[in-house]
Design a protein around this ligand. Structure first.
Ligand code: SF4
Ligand code: SF4
Ligand code: FES
Length: 574
């Protein structure tokens, strides 16, 4: 049965009539009408307790006639009666004939009053507070507050730098008791860990006795805390937020592909925060993925290409390393070559890998599965971010299907040349000794591992935040990675390495940019037809039927809608 249409209600906001669907909260109706109502406790993904009072507005209800129906004025709209007292706009839903005033003298007086109360016991911490630069208390104080305080008593002192859990630090004096963090843990994570204790000005946020804020989503409380009460233990005091360059990208630590903003300065990542995408991660991301970037600064980063010469790996120029790798590979027929690729590679890199396999007539090619317990919130059991890309591009039908054959063929000596791309062959059961016996062992990777020194050619490549490209998440959504920092040393972007190797083996292939790679890939993969990296947009496009990995492509109309959505400007997120 088709869904019943949602009724539309006529609502007057600041003198102008609008229509909103039933169920819209008044604060959201105002936002849709282009009017921002200040708020602290309200968050669009959480329940509305209405406890901060920052969103007070004047409200009116329609005047009812003897038949209990709204009386209509000369303009055909309901006549309204204003309530004498202000009302909160975050917990109330729109109704037929409602009136709202967001900027009347009464509303402005209420906003000034609420700000004055909130600041009575707030410490004058701003110069040393990590939230400075993105603090709603500072911002609203300027926009809606008064310049001075009438409070002459000593401020109440509360606990400072409390470790609520392994990743979150609490400064109770700064807490404005909005309860967003409490509701997030209860409603999203189902981990009832935080609460308020004591009364009045002495109320404090704390973890329940015997509990710690240590769930895998704890850092989202830092994101939604409107003030500097909750801070990330990893990020605090490391960098002023106004120095951070922000790059929209995706997390590559599991198949969910949460949308992120990467905060960087001078080619160093300082933090990752979630970016809203209701088709993927709502407003959240897990702590595991959020903090998984330190390895980009690891001492083990491979910084220059190397080739085996005289029994030792020596640094080489890129041209010489690529030529050496091609020379080694040309020695062997396809049946004696195997490729271990990775579900961590982008579609563009995987597509070039398929071209490499074709050029060398390689039959043994696969990716290494990577699984760990997931949860029913965001974290996927599949810790490879692009298993679906590897399937779609024909690298593997089922990850690991060919891995034991590859390991066996290396052990038996049938494979003479092994190419590993972002994977360690030890993980599939090949020993270091067997690897050192290979006439050609070509390694493209980010970090050195226990067997990198057995390679005949080492090709240092880029990590997720150092490159552009696309991936297909576990639900079939094509999403885009963007470059946030430059790669270190003499490492290179993976697509360039693979392109150069292909050109060395087979001559020019007309690929001069990552966009050329995507274009050639989209011409040969029906699910990607008509797309470009730019068309993917910030929110991605559904290209496979969710949740199966290889359903038929979505129809063209759905694709158009996705594209139109991706082009919409994003609204203020909370
Ligand atoms: S710590 Fe932050 S999010 Fe939690 S109640 Fe206090 S102000 Fe609100
Ligand atoms: S759920 Fe997966 S994609 Fe999302 S932040 Fe965690 S590891 Fe990253
Ligand atoms: S935002 Fe409405 S009461 Fe807090």
């Amino acid at each position: 049965m088709p869904d019943e249409p949602v009724p539309l209600f006529n609502v007057q906001i600041d003198g102008v009539w609008h229509q909103f669907p039933k169920g819209t909260r008044v604060i959201e109706a105002c936002a849709q009408a282009g009017i921002f109502v200040p708020r602290y406790c309200y968050h669009k993904k959480l329940s509305s307790p209405g406890n901060c009072r920052m969103c007070l507005v004047e409200m009116a209800m329609p005047r009812l006639g003897p038949d209990r129906k709204p009386e209509l004025g000369a303009n055909g709209k309901p006549m309204i009666n204003w309530m004498p007292r202000p009302q909160i706009s975050c917990a109330q839903e729109v109704s037929e004939g409602m009136g709202v005033r967001t900027n009347s003298p009464l509303v402005k007086e209420c906003q000034r009053g609420v700000m004055e109360f909130l600041l009575i016991n707030h410490p004058l911490d701003c110069p040393i507070c990590d939230q400075a630069g993105e603090c709603e208390l500072q911002e609203f104080s300027v926009e809606y507050g008064a310049a001075d305080s009438r409070f002459l008593e000593n401020k109440v002192k509360k606990p400072k730098a409390v470790q609520l859990g392994p990743r979150v630090t609490l400064d109770d004096e700064r807490c404005i008791l909005c309860s967003r963090c409490i509701r997030f843990c209860q409603e999203i994570v189902h981990d009832d860990v935080l609460g308020f204790v004591d009364r009045g000005s002495h109320t404090v946020l704390t973890a329940h006795p015997g509990k710690r804020l240590e769930n895998n989503y704890s850092l989202n409380t830092v994101d939604i805390c409107p003030v500097g009460a909750l801070t990330s233990t990893d990020f605090r005091f490391k960098m002023r937020v106004w120095f951070l360059k922000e790059t929209k990208s995706i997390c590559t630590s599991c198949a969910t592909g949460c949308n992120t903003i990467i905060g960087t300065r001078e080619d160093i990542i300082y933090r990752q925060t979630p970016r809203e995408n209701d088709a993927v991660n709502s407003c959240w991301m897990c702590d595991y993925g959020r903090l998984n970037f330190d390895y980009l600064q690891s001492e083990n980063r491979l910084l220059a290409p190397h080739i085996l010469s005289g029994g030792k790996l020596i640094a080489a120029e890129w041209k010489a390393a690529i030529a050496h790798a091609a020379l080694q590979l040309r020695h062997f027929p396809g049946l004696e070559i195997a490729i271990i690729a990775s579900g961590r590679m982008t579609n563009e890199e995987l597509w070039l890998t398929t071209q490499l396999a074709r050029a060398l007539d390689v039959q043994l090619i696969d990716i290494v599965p990577r699984t760990a317990p997931g949860d029913d919130i965001l974290l996927s059991e599949d810790r490879n971010p692009n298993t679906n890309g590897a399937r779609l591009l024909g690298i593997t039908s089922q990850p690991s299907a060919q891995l034991s054959d590859i390991a066996q063929a290396v052990k038996s000596g049938r494979i003479k040349a092994l190419i590993t791309l972002h994977e360690n062959p030890i993980d599939i059961g090949v020993s270091a000794e067997e690897l050192s016996n290979l006439p050609a062992f070509i390694v493209m990777d980010i970090l050195a591992n226990a067997v990198t020194d057995k390679a005949t050619v080492v090709l240092p490549s880029f990590a997720f935040a150092e490159k552009r490209g696309s991936m297909i998440n576990g639900k079939g959504r094509l999403q885009r990675l963007n470059r946030a920092v430059r790669g270190p040393g003499n490492a290179r972007d993976d697509w360039e390495i693979l392109r150069d190797l292909l050109q060395e083996l087979g001559g020019s292939n007309g690929i001069y940019s990552i966009d050329d790679v995507f274009r050639q890939m989209s011409e040969s993969v029906p699910e990607l037809a008509g797309l470009t990296l730019s068309k993917i947009g910030d929110l991605g496009i559904q290209v496979l039927r969710a949740p199966g990995p290889l359903g038929p492509p979505v129809d063209a109309k759905a694709k158009d809608i996705e594209e139109a959505e991706a082009k919409k400007p994003s609204a203020r997120s909370n």
